[in-house]
Write a protein that binds this ligand. Structure first.
Ligand code: P6P
Length: 297
């Protein structure tokens, strides 16, 4: 577990490139959102994780690859939708994205997100190579959370593709009031189920699980508590992808003063070679993540 040293960009040039990535994602988000209505259908293929690709996944990925790939200073682009990373130039920073997290929520018109991770290393990179991360949340309001330079800021993205700073130095509230746990309950391990039952007993907490990690994690960032997509009996590595979900969300939550874990250590210390490797994910208030790790020990 643990809020650990967070790596940040150490040159003005890298900070400039990171700002460019943030600006491009913020300005592309309205176009992604506008393109959703006509793309609520399955595409022909599956993604590298074997999940049905929606036409919207492919659309968002193509836009982001083109725009991010055109940035000076970015050398590599990878996404959940592509088997391999793409060489996009000679820049020293790499960008990994989940173009449309929670696209299965498109049909029921529920929240979705775009997740990004900026690494100062080739892909697949390590969590400690991150120098920035964040996400766009397609909710009633389009917002963007950005973790960089040791702080987390929130923006509102307007339809004209401008983005407006609305909250600086965002941190998790001390007392968490929501929890959201993925996977089927019969598929949870006994230890995790015992932990979940203990969390549920607290009258100050209520269940918030919407099936899109970004919507669920943003609840934790707003109200405090814990989100988990745990180890499952049928899937010991869980469901969520290290490079595109585990590392960036771990970076955001730890920068915001929370804690993260794969069950035994910070998500930023998960060490997997495969670009599409998965990890169990537990993120939220430090005391709850510590309790989780003790429960799984
Ligand atoms: P389940 C969406 O497909 C996703 O990758 C995450 O956004 C979300 O947390 C999880 O899968 C939902 O999985 O098993 O509840 O459908």
């Amino acid at each position: 577990m643990a809020t650990t040293d967070i790596n940040t960009a150490d040159t003005a040039r890298d900070m400039q490139i990171i700002d460019g990535v943030v600006d491009v994602i913020a300005s592309t988000a309205p176009e992604i959102r506008t393109g959703l209505p006509g793309r609520r259908v399955a595409a022909e293929d599956e993604n590298p994780s074997g999940e049905t690709q929606m036409a919207a996944d492919v659309f968002a990925d193509d836009l982001l690859c083109e725009r991010i790939g055109a940035l000076e200073g970015v050398g590599e682009y990878a996404s959940e939708e592509r088997p391999e990373s793409v060489d996009v130039g000679t820049g020293r920073l790499s960008v990994a994205v989940d173009p449309l997290d929670g696209s299965s929520n498109l049909k029921p018109n529920n929240t979705m997100g775009t997740i990004f991770a900026v690494y100062e290393a080739p892909l697949p990179a390590h969590g400690r190579d991150l120098v920035a991360a964040g996400y766009v949340l397609y909710g009633p309001v389009m917002t963007m959370i950005v973790a960089r330079n040791g702080t987390v800021d929130e923006y509102v993205i307007h339809d004209d593709a401008s983005h407006e700073l609305v909250r600086e130095d965002v941190t998790l509230p001390d007392e968490g009031s929501v929890y959201g746990f993925g996977g089927r309950v019969p598929d949870w391990t006994d230890d995790f189920e015992a932990f979940a039952r203990e969390v549920e007993q607290d009258p100050s907490r209520k269940l918030r699980y919407g099936g899109s990690m970004i919507g669920d994690v943003n609840q934790i960032l707003t109200y405090g508590g814990i989100f988990a997509y745990p180890t499952l009996e049928s899937a010991p590595e869980g469901k969520l992808r290290v490079q595109f979900e585990g590392y960036p969300i771990g970076y955001v939550i730890e920068t915001a003063g929370g804690a993260t874990s794969d069950g035994t250590k910070s998500l930023l210390d998960v060490d997997k070679d495969d670009l599409h490797a998965r990890t169990p994910m537990y993120v939220g208030n430090t005391d709850l993540v510590a309790k989780l790790e003790a429960a799984l020990d």
